[in-house]
Design a protein around this ligand. Sequence first.
Ligand code: SAH
Length: 225
Amino acid sequence: MNTFRGLGEDPEYHPPALTGRPRDWPLDRWEEAPRDLGFPDFARYQWRGLRMLKDPDTQAALHDLVYELRPRTIVELGVYSGGSLVWFRDLTRLMGIDCQVVGIDRDLSRCRIPESEMAGISLREADCSVLETFEPLRELAHPLLFIDDAHANTFGIMKWAVDHLLEAGDYFIIEDMIPYWHRYSPKLLTEYLATFRDVLTMDMVYANTSPQLDRGVFRRTTHGR
Ligand code: SAH
């Protein structure tokens, strides 16, 4: 599942290069100008020169959520080139939020964040299928925004987070996967999600803002703890 859209490609951001057409198009041939870029958009998404595997509508939704929640900690499972960690750090700083950003990945070799850009960001190399990895996270500041973008042991992690980490109002987001799981294994997905019904609710604003966040934005309730 982790092989589509971005993964397996070059983690380095390369500015868009047009092929088969000039960048400066002559205006006396305005009508013949191509109406697309001629290459897939996704590789173009970046933040300050680091690739970011989030669509613009997802970025806009997360901007709004961060503004509303004012998280003191953001944990993202799945770092890849690290662009989204730097984006979250910069975004919270611009909003005047004192926030720590934590990235976890089993393979940090693709992370491209320069040493000079690491303020407010910590990286941990660990496998999501080993739950002990998450023990040190217990001490984190709240409100907390927790994003699963690695998709290994997601429901095990979600259960651990509900039991040990999330406080009322904190968020747990499953990025990208809900529509796939719903297509290929709808019964299991609805059964798994139902087991969280006393402790998490779906936030009907952010769960409907972008395909990557589709039905995967959950908020810790006040009961059940
Ligand atoms: N969050 C990033 C993209 C992450 S891509 C962004 O928005 O830009 C998914 C990442 O999950 C990959 O870097 C991959 O190495 C990591 N991953 C996959 N399986 C994992 C596992 N079992 N444990 C930890 N990380 C894993």
